[in-house]
Design a binder for this molecule. Structure first.
Ligand code: SAM
Length: 272
């Protein structure tokens, strides 16, 4: 792991947020922002073309079962990247919940007035990468009725959560999805039984710290990046009544992926 990344993870979530804001501040002043795209200094959810990535995910969901009239749940909705991509397609209700208030608030102030079927909700959930206090995700009940969604996604969210948390989120996703409802989620998945750094030479992302069900990239910040052991993950997916409709291995291992969206591993799950 490179030294800058390690140093960055040593900061608190709040300090990381401020560093990002200061770093991108000049760019935010001089670049003309696109409508509904947050200023770069506010984007804490990753790099790349925010608008295009959202559109590409929307196309992926359509290719994988999403209809315009579906009721959609965005787990860990960030600062609206997926929502923005969906705005021109989705006519059914969209609900996004998010652990960072700035993200949920930005979406409520900027997306909801133009697209009233899009609703965003801040939940103070603990995640050592994003939020130093808050509720335990391992026991959090999603604030929605049973069977209230047709389609859900968790893009780059379960990659920041550990076993008990993902177990609970899969259980909650199954509860709120209707029968035959779909969940598209990204993960880092390993079928190696040993320490990935040693056994997987040449990969671009490394997870040197092994635990019972997963590997970590950074021992001190668990949520930095979590790679699940495949057998464990596929077992809990089945336990919660999902079948795997599609599995696209991502390019994070240093191998080309069949889909440019899949840097992380992508799973499309169907509730039985
Ligand atoms: C890499 S970002 C991805 C955001 C968004 N899904 C996207 O694709 O743009 C990860 C997001 O997960 C959120 N998050 C972390 N832990 C969470 C939890 N337990 N429940 C809901 N969201 C969470 C973070 O606040 C952050 O916005």
């Amino acid at each position: 792991m490179d030294i800058l990344r390690t140093l960055y993870y040593r900061l608190s979530p709040e300090h990381r947020f401020w560093i990002r804001k200061i770093y991108y501040f000049p760019q935010s002043i001089f670049s003309k922002s696109q409508e509904l795209v947050p200023p770069k200094a506010l984007i804490y959810t990753g790099r790349g073309d925010f608008l295009q990535q959202g559109r590409d995910w929307c196309l992926f969901f359509i290719e994988n079962g999403l209809s315009a009239d579906h009721r959609f749940l965005d787990i860990g909705s960030g600062i609206g990247r997926i929502a923005l991509g969906l705005t021109t397609f989705l006519k059914g209700p969209y609900e996004g919940f998010e652990a960072i208030k700035t993200g949920a608030d930005w979406c409520t102030q900027n997306i909801t007035p133009k697209f009233p079927n899009f609703n965003f909700f801040f939940v103070n959930l603990h995640n050592d990468l994003y939020n130093s206090d808050g509720l335990d995700a391992a026991s959090y009940t999603f604030p929605y009725e049973t069977d209230s969604f047709d389609y859900a996604c968790a893009i780059s969210v379960f990659t920041h959560m550990t076993d008990d948390e993902v177990d609970n989120y899969l259980s909650e996703s199954a509860r709120v999805l209707t029968r035959n409802g779909l969940l598209t989620a990204t993960f880092f998945i390993s079928d190696q039984t040993q320490n990935i750094e040693k056994s997987n030479e040449g990969q671009t992302f490394v997870f040197p710290y092994e635990y019972t069900h997963y590997f970590l990239m950074d021992k001190k910040v668990k949520g930095a990046n979590v790679c699940f052991k495949k057998d464990y993950l596929f077992d809990i997916i089945a336990k919660h009544g999902f079948t795997i409709e599609k599995y696209i291995p991502g390019s994070w291992r240093g191998i080309p992926s069949q889909n440019p969206l899949a840097f992380q591993d992508v799973l499309v799950l169907k509730k039985n």
